[in-house]
Design a protein. Structure first.
Lengths: 230, 592
């Protein structure tokens, strides 16, 4: 492991400069309003976006169906960038595009900041297939020589804890969500990073996807809250 | 007693850049090849993955990927009247060890040399005359390479496409190209990939240098700007600017190395066998001493083996190529008193240094987001790109803003006058960390009869063999050159908006405790005369024609640029001669 302090300093520095420049571009110096974000999460926007809590729960833990991702403690910069991508079609989703199109830049900034700050307990889920998890761990930590792909954790952080501001955590994320979104990357419905995440997703087969999804659902996300604060 | 193994056609001593490249060529030609690597086997998956590979303390500070100098050091002195002492901690230069060699921890800075570099002596004499050269320093022993740029061009091209080098061509078949380096030697076609995205520090350098009338261009890089499949079918990925490149291995398949561009194909070739943790002690010669019979090595259990081979390729780090020839008694060792002998002669290095530019606090450089070759640079002062006739020196340096990661342990820029520790130092680091730009100077190292390599009379390695002894200081010519460029760099720093610009440039004496460059060159040089060179123009030993010494040890002097791509081109050039001529009729390819 890399000395934790060093990592923290670097992540702090990255988050600070990265987040700063993004905020400036979108909000002209207006700090995000968490209370307003909470209202949007609970009630939606006047322009017609439904309440986020309807699917993602008020605490961002979503539900055990795994149809919707956990967004609690996810990086605000990442959440905001995804909402912008939904609105513009860079990330295609029949449901989320309609939601995001009815949110102003301030709505997005506020609700992203709200969910980045709120805790949700991990729901008790059925234990996964241990052989599958083992295989997923290998892909997550060291990658595959045969497919010439690096381990997921190189970008998504040790244990999949995320590398905020721009790279989301995977630890504790619902396996069925990870699997479905990897398929969307493969099929080009997510276009924000075709030469990075797109290429890697296309190198994975269905077995690989099942394995990494099972692995990250199973990894305790104890690291997540710790670094998402930046 | 050494165990005698089954003979093979060829053996390589070292499996790094030249060792893997040469072995692939020969194995594909149908010959059996054994690669002997002194270090461990290691691969992108699982060995180079992060977070462990991003351990700055282990790899950058403690030099985790380098030659183990407890077992095998180099002794050093500035002058031949001093007693050399072993370098017990690498600092000035960093010879790699392990599968892939130094081609794993390199930065990916991927230049070609210039046309004039290859006929250097002839070029200097023609342009400035003998009197001028003598005035630069009577001790200078520059030579022509015996090979021309035009002969190497197809091999440069082939090697660049193997690596997937990213850049903007400056000169395609003599036609100057917009956006590239107008001083570049003509290339047959564009780089295989577009240049890396320009960094903020690069953009500031471009503006400053451009305002003074210089010619900024993007540094050619073997950290990839986009996914690429090389001619061997191996896939490279896009660099993510992680900031851990030089001194580290790449986890992302984004830096060209033997692991990413050569080995997966080589290791599948049935004619090839890799043996790691095998320390070659010597090349064995027959009773005529004009023919090698193979090599003797020791494995990690201490067992000694003799590996007979028809062809021996010396493919170690340049310093170790020279040492292997000396330990094996191949070629006459150089004697600095008489100037006779060749092995160890014309050991050269690289002139480096540069300016530190302290910027205003509202300029956020974010230097931690970087690759190994992220620079924006100029060639206006490289090699012989400017008129030296009134300057009293030969050679030059490229100048560029190249910041490769600004990692937390080692990057703490503070202006002159700042205390070296304590609260004030901390405050200064916090103030300047994100607002400081480094400008590199990187250039020629001129050969001198005073600088050479030989075997140390006192110190031995873990196997009881003499260490290599380095006798080196920068010739006065190189100091004058570097200081001339340093003045120009201060002007550039000011034009970039620097509040404080700290002047750089090379100084004497050469000091091995400060990192400068891992471009050790010469010592087993190529040429057209056996009295002044160890190998002929095909890198074949004059004295023992079935031994070829590949790599930068063959450079008669060092040119302006980072040398990896030239090593690759020269290896392909030598291998073409070996495959097409030597294997058909083994014997000298050039008559002495």
């Amino acid at each position: 492991m890399i000395p934790r302090r060093i990592r923290t300093v670097m992540i702090a520095a990255l988050a600070w400069f990265g987040a700063n420049s993004l905020m400036r571009a979108q909000n002209a110096g207006r700090p995000p309003d968490l209370k307003r974000g909470a209202v949007i999460a609970a009630q939606g926007t006047a322009a017609g976006a439904p309440a986020c809590a309807g699917c993602h729960a008020f605490n961002g833990g979503s539900d055990a169906s795994g149809a919707f991702p956990r967004i609690s403690r996810q990086s605000a910069v990442y959440l905001a960038s995804q909402l912008h991508d939904f609105a513009t079609g860079v990330r295609a989703s029949a449901v989320m595009s309609q939601v995001a199109k009815h949110m102003s830049p301030d709505d997005i900034a506020d609700v992203a900041a709200y969910y980045a700050a709120v805790d949700a307990p991990l729901l008790p889920l059925k234990a996964g297939d241990s052989a599958l998890i083992k295989r997923g761990e290998l892909l997550a930590t060291v990658g595959s020589a045969e497919k010439q792909i690096p381990g997921c954790n190189n970008c998504h952080g040790p244990g999949g804890a995320g590398e905020p501001p721009s790279i989301p955590y995977l630890a504790g994320q619902y396996g069925s969500y990870i699997a479905s979104t990897l398929h969307l990357w493969q099929q080009g419905y997510r276009k924000s990073n075709p030469q990075g995440m797109g290429l890697i997703a296309r190198s994975l087969d269905d077995q690989d996807i099942a394995a990494v999804s099972a692995y990250y659902q199973h990894v305790p996300s104890s690291l997540v809250g710790d670094i998402a604060e930046y | 007693m050494a165990t005698r193994l089954k003979p093979v056609d060829a053996v390589t001593i070292g499996v790094g850049l030249t060792g893997s490249l040469a072995a692939l060529e020969i194995a594909q030609a149908g010959l059996t090849v054994v690669g002997l690597e002194r270090g461990a086997a290691r691969y992108t998956v699982p060995d180079f993955q992060s977070p462990p590979i991003h351990d700055e303390l282990r790899f950058a500070v403690r030099k985790g990927l380098m030659q183990d100098n407890v077992k095998e050091a180099v002794t050093f002195r500035n002058y031949s009247d001093q007693t050399a002492l072993p370098i017990r901690r690498w600092a000035s230069f960093l010879p790699g060890t392990g599968l892939g060699g130094s081609f794993v921890h390199w930065n990916g800075q991927s230049f070609r040399f210039q046309e004039a570099d290859f006929g250097y002596r002839s070029h200097i004499l023609q342009r400035y005359g003998q009197k001028f050269l003598d005035a630069c320093g009577p001790e200078l022993t520059i030579q022509d390479w015996g090979v021309t740029y035009a002969e190497l061009e197809p091999h440069y091209d082939r090697f660049e496409y193997l690596l997937g080098v990213c850049g903007t061509a400056g000169n395609i078949q003599g036609k100057i190209q917009p956006g590239g380096n107008p001083f570049e030697a003509p290339r047959a076609r564009e780089y295989p990939n577009p240049p890396m995205k320009e960094t903020y520090f690069g953009a500031i350098f471009r503006k400053g240098a451009g305002s003074l009338g210089y010619h900024p261009y993007p540094q050619p890089s073997s950290n990839l700007s986009r996914p690429y499949t090389n001619p061997l079918g191996l896939k490279l990925q896009q660099c993510v600017f992680c900031g851990f490149c030089e001194r580290f291995a790449c986890e992302h398949f984004a830096k060209a190395s033997p692991q990413t561009t050569i080995l997966p194909v080589l290791l599948k070739n049935p004619n090839y066998e890799l043996r790691t943790n095998c320390q070659v002690l010597r090349i064995n010669l027959d009773s005529t001493r004009k023919k090698a019979t193979g090599v003797t090595y020791v494995d990690d259990a201490g067992r000694e083996f003799e590996q007979p081979a028809e062809l021996v390729l010396v493919t170690a780090f340049p310093l170790n190529n020279v040492r292997m020839l000396l330990l094996s008694g191949i070629g006459k060792p150089y004697d600095p008193r008489t100037g006779e002998g060749v092995v160890g002669r014309n050991y050269c290095y690289q002139t480096t240094g540069g300016a530190t530019v302290f910027m205003d606090e509202n300029i956020n450089i974010n230097p931690f987001m970087s690759s190994g070759a992220p620079g924006t640079m100029i060639d206006d002062f490289s090699g012989d790109n400017f008129d030296h006739s009134k300057l009293g020196f030969i050679g030059g340096q490229y100048v560029g803003s190249i910041m490769t990661g600004a990692r937390p342990i080692e990057f703490h820029p503070t202006p002159p006058g700042t205390p070296a520790w304590g609260q004030e130092w901390k405050r200064a680091v916090a103030r300047h960390y994100n607002h400081t730009i480094l400008i590199q100077q990187h250039g020629t190292s001129t050969a001198s009869r005073l600088n050479y390599l030989d075997l140390d009379p006192t110190y031995k390695d873990a196997w009881g063999q003499p260490l290599l002894r380095m006798t080196f200081d920068f010739p006065e010519n190189d100091i004058r050159m570097s200081q001339h460029v340093a003045d120009k760099v201060v002007d550039i720093g000011r034009a970039m908006g620097g509040k404080i610009v700290v002047r750089g440039g090379t100084k004497r004496p050469y000091n091995t405790t400060i990192y400068q460059s891992t471009h050790n060159a010469g010592g087993a040089i190529m040429g057209s005369n056996p009295r002044t060179s160890v190998v002929n123009r095909y890198l074949q030993c004059w004295d023992v024609p079935n031994v070829f010494s590949l790599g930068a040890s063959a450079f008669p002097q060092n040119a302006t640029y980072n040398y990896t791509v030239t090593i690759g081109a020269l290896t392909y050039w030598a291998l073409e001669a070996i495959k097409n001529r030597y294997l058909k009729a083994p014997g000298p390819l050039v008559q002495a």
